[in-house]
Design a protein around this ligand. Structure first.
Ligand code: 0A1
Ligand code: ZN
Length: 873
């Protein structure tokens, strides 16, 4: 095992802070290598705490210069200043001010936590524990302070000086320097502090809130990128209006700023009034961004903006409560996107993400509850479980108590807890109070990890016209949780006949479509069931579970044709395809069921009605979906073979229809990122990929023409991907041509890297190694690393899992070389091994050996040591 000592933090050890910090005055003198920080903190003992000891502040790699207590210099006997902490031995009674001066080197900060440089700008990232890399502090989310920030810098180097809140002063100084002072009147935890300074272009707009307050909106980007902010600004204004209309939440400062930076570990950060974004989630033009990029920008802009209320005004008491802000805010951004676009399409896409990211996490060694109770490194808990499953839990709550009680519960939450740092219990109590429901069993969703399985069996009694449905819950053992208590599941359902939903009764009453499962097993007796029904269960994916129900092909075809629930119509197509694929994995000679081909043909024929929905229904389950379904002894090559065979059969049987769909879905006129056109493009491009799957010359010619003539990045990328997948000389030429066209645009070159990293070809690993030598690639930039290395390890099932283990050792070497510079990025790459235990024996042994090799290395970061140790446990 490595020499990295992990000291777990436990929820049960939570204590209120011994001290409070009412105000913070930060004086920041920016310099590339020698930035001076003077922090003046107004501190007092917390009346709610019984601790009487010394004051101990958190630090991380800090260089101490000097400190003053109420203006009087502190001597060495009064305090101990270490890189990781500052202790004041004798604490005055009442309030006092502690002033501490530190120095730091932004240019040397490669972790991208604390104060660092991204291209030519200075910027900060403080969540979760980055503020302690700027100054000594009680760096925990339940210490809320009012911040005033003075920034001083060379005018030439940094004309823009930004921090949280409203600007209250600025001015010119000697020696070409200038300053600005910002004041944020809203008390906030240190993780929401931000400062940005640099030579940036700004795009301005404004917004008038529901109560008539004027808010200035500013997006800061690199010079020359101004025209790429239009969509982000529009999404911001729509988010602000939506939060007023749907949640009654108004913005509260005079200004809201977004800064796009090119070096960022995550998607974006909700710092009060000054959101910092990974530029990938701000910048878009039709010729540089795909429809998916536009949708992500809309969702992430909304997500960060919505945090202003769910996260900032009401924050987390401690980091165990991360889902309090993240699950709720993801739920809110999903609802926003559903309202802006198609609700069923959004739901299907969200469930696809949940299954691929979260179910795989929940089914492996890294499984943890939505609210973890122990962690070694909090940065490793920004997971799909906390975010996506956290959002599902909020969604279930709404389903269970109904829209009205949910709305009342949210209002109560805002009213009761504004300005506080709270827990999940506080949150749930608002809904219990608003609905009058006992939600104690529901709380298990926050405490028990693992994906529950719901088994369903139904018996139709023709003579009595009844249908008896028995549902049971199976809760798998997960790390640290061998045994589970029965949970509460909202199950939306209906019974479907040949012509559609049957109007049925439950226990003699009109059935509203929802049952609550609370026991290990429960039966429900439906009456008025005059024809043999097909159960349509878990409509809209009403709970984040695996549903086990034995429906044969005929039943699935009935749902596909006649179910009123669009989610389950889509699910029926997926389940059918999955059945076929599983048979093909076992025996590659299995003939393709002609009824399935016919069903796909039917979807194509009706494609024009709702192209986005049709595109989702045509897309076969991914290789990872199939692997999850198989569960153990997975052979990625066999899965790839099965999927390839099915695609190519569909391509051969439906060639003419696919080409007709491609033709029908073409769009004349300029590009619009709106859902309507995006839906047409998605159907066209799914059809294109299928049409080319058997190597059809005619279809490949269409792809080539699309690549040559596309007026937008969505169509261009889709064509490039299809051509590259074909493994032909035309594919190589297209790749080369694309690079020549976009060589100087990093975000577009990232796409080019990803396409190649995901090719399921024998030569891909060598190609990825070559691409690492490309001048556009850098191991220091998270976007570049994720685009090439992350795409290979997370999305290339066959080549990452090469049977000789080369893929594993390649990724391990990269992780080890990134770790000393950027542990968060290294730890994220390591998550690619999360499914290693479900692989077949040969690959499993090789993956285990690779993980053990990493674990044995000396000097691992806490981030990597934590993931590798949990993966092997
Ligand atoms: N709170 C952000 C996510 C985030 C977390 C940690 C970070 O540090 C590297 C950055 C961003 C969100 O939910 O958007
Ligand atoms: Zn968030």
């Amino acid at each position: 095992m490595s020499d990295t000592a992990l000291e777990p933090v436990r929820l049960v050890d939570y204590r209120v802070p011994a001290f409070l910090i009412d105000t913070v005055h930060l004086d920041i003198g920016l310099d590339r290598t020698q930035t001076r920080i003077v922090a003046t903190l107004a501190i007092r003992r917390n009346p709610a705490s019984e601790e009487r000891g010394p004051l101990k502040l958190d630090g991380d790699s800090l260089l101490f210069v000097e400190a003053w207590l109420d203006g009087v210099p502190l001597q060495t006997r009064d305090c101990i200043a270490l890189p990781q902490s500052f202790t004041l031995h004798h604490v005055p009674e009442g309030s006092f001010t502690l002033t501490i001066e530190t120095r730091l080197d932004p240019s040397a900060n490669t972790q991208l936590m604390g104060l660092y440089r991204s291209n030519s700008a200075y910027c900060t990232q403080c969540e979760a524990e980055g503020f302690r890399r700027i100054t000594y502090f009680l760096d925990r989310p339940d210490v809320l302070s009012v911040y005033t920030t003075r920034i001083e810098a060379s005018f030439q180097e940094a004309p823009a000086l930004l921090a949280n809140g409203n600007k209250i002063e600025d001015g010119v100084l000697n020696h070409g320097r200038h300053f600005a002072v910002w004041h944020d009147p809203f008390p906030k935890p240190s993780y929401l502090f931000a400062m940005v300074a640099g030579d940036l272009a700004v795009v301005r707009d404004s917004f008038v809130t529901a109560s008539g307050r004027h808010v200035r909106l500013e997006i800061y980007v690199e010079h020359g990128k101004e025209s790429r902010c239009t969509y982000a600004m529009d999404a911001l204004k729509r988010s602000m209006r939506w939060d007023e209309q749907v949640f009654g939440r108004e913005y509260d400062l005079d200004i809201f700023m977004i800064v796009a930076v090119s070096d960022f570990n995550m998607g974006a950060m909700e710092n009060k009034g000054l959101n910092v974004f990974n530029d990938k989630y701000v910048l878009a033009l039709p010729e540089t961004a795909t429809d998916l990029d536009y949708a992500n920008i809309e969702a992430i802009i909304a997500h960060e903006y919505f945090h202003n209320w769910t996260g900032n005004r009401i924050t987390c008491r401690d980091w165990f409560q991360l889902c309090l802000k993240e699950g709720l805010t993801v739920f809110r951004d999903q609802e926003f996107s559903s309202d802006q676009r198609s609700r069923p399409v959004k739901r299907i896409n969200d469930v696809k993400t949940l299954r691929s990211q979260q179910f795989s996490e929940d089914g492996g060694p890294l499984a943890h509850p939505v609210r973890p109770e122990i962690y070694n490194e909090i940065n490793n808990f920004y997971t799909a479980t906390v975010y996506e499953k956290g959002a599902e839990v909020v969604r279930m709550l709404k389903t269970l108590i109904g829209d009205e009680a949910f709305g009342k519960g949210m209002d109560l939450y805002f009213e009761r807890h504004d300005g506080e740092a709270v827990t999940i219990e506080d949150f749930i109590a608002c809904f219990a109070d608003a609905s009058g429901r006992d939600l104690s069993q529901f709380m298990l969703w926050y405490r028990q990890s693992g994906t529950p399985e719901i088994r369903a069996e139904g018996v139709w009694d023709e003579s009595g016209g009844t249908y008896a449905l028995t549902l049971s819950q199976i809760l798998p053992a997960t790390p640290g949780q061998p045994q589970k208590q029965p949970m509460l599941f909202p199950i939306r359902l209906g019974l479907v006949g040949v012509k559609g939903d049957l109007p049925i009764r439950l226990d003699g009453e009109h059935f509203d479509g929802l049952v609550a499962l609370t026991e290990p097993q429960q039966s429900f007796l439906f009456s008025d069931v005059g024809e043999k029904p097909v159960p349509s269960l878990l409509r809209g994916f009403s709970a984040p579970v695996k549903l086990a129900v034995d429906l044969d092909e005929e039943a699935l075809l009935t749902l596909l044709r006649a179910d009123s629930d669009p989610f389950n119509r889509w699910q029926a197509a997926q389940s059918y395809a999955l059945k076929l694929l599983l048979r093909l994995v076992k025996d590659s000679a299995t003939p393709i069921d002609p009824r399935f081909v016919e069903a796909i043909s039917g979807i194509l024929a009706r494609g024009g009605d709702d192209p986005a929905f049709a595109a989702l229904s045509l897309a076969l389950p991914s290789e990872a979906d199939i692997a999850r379904e198989i569960g153990s002894d997975v052979d990625p090559q066999a899965i790839y073979g099965a999927r390839t065979k099915l695609r190519s059969t569909l391509g051969s049987h439906l060639g003419a229809e696919l080409l007709r769909t491609i033709e029908m879905m073409s769009i004349d006129g300029p590009y619009s990122p709106q859902a309507r056109d995006a839906g047409r493009r998605s159907l066209r491009n799914v059809a294109l990929e299928l049409a080319c799957a058997n190597g059809s010359k005619a279809a490949l010619a269409v792809a080539q023409a699309q690549f040559d003539n596309a007026n937008n990045m969505t169509d261009e990328m889709a064509a490039l991907n299809t051509l590259a997948l074909s493994g032909t000389a035309a594919g190589e030429q297209a790749l080369q041509g694309f690079r020549e066209r976009y060589g100087s645009d990093p975000l577009v070159v990232d796409k080019w890297m990803s396409v190649q990293a995901m090719l399921p070809h024998e030569t891909t690993l060598a190609r990825v190694k070559d691409l690492m030598r490309d001048s556009a690639f850098s191991l220091h930039n998270p976007n570049r690393v994720r685009a090439l290395i992350g795409a290979f390890s997370a999305n290339n099932q066959t080549q990452f899992n090469r049977p000789n283990g080369e893929g594993y050792s390649f990724i391990a070497d990269i992780i080890l070389s990134i770790d000393p510079k950027n542990p968060q990025l290294a730890a994220r790459l390591l998550v690619a091994f999360k499914m290693w235990r479900s692989l077949e024996a040969g690959r499993r042994a090789l993956a285990a050996a690779t993980l053990r090799d990493i674990a044995a290395r000396p000097g691992l970061s806490r981030d990597v040591a934590d993931i590798v140790q949990r993966s092997l446990a």
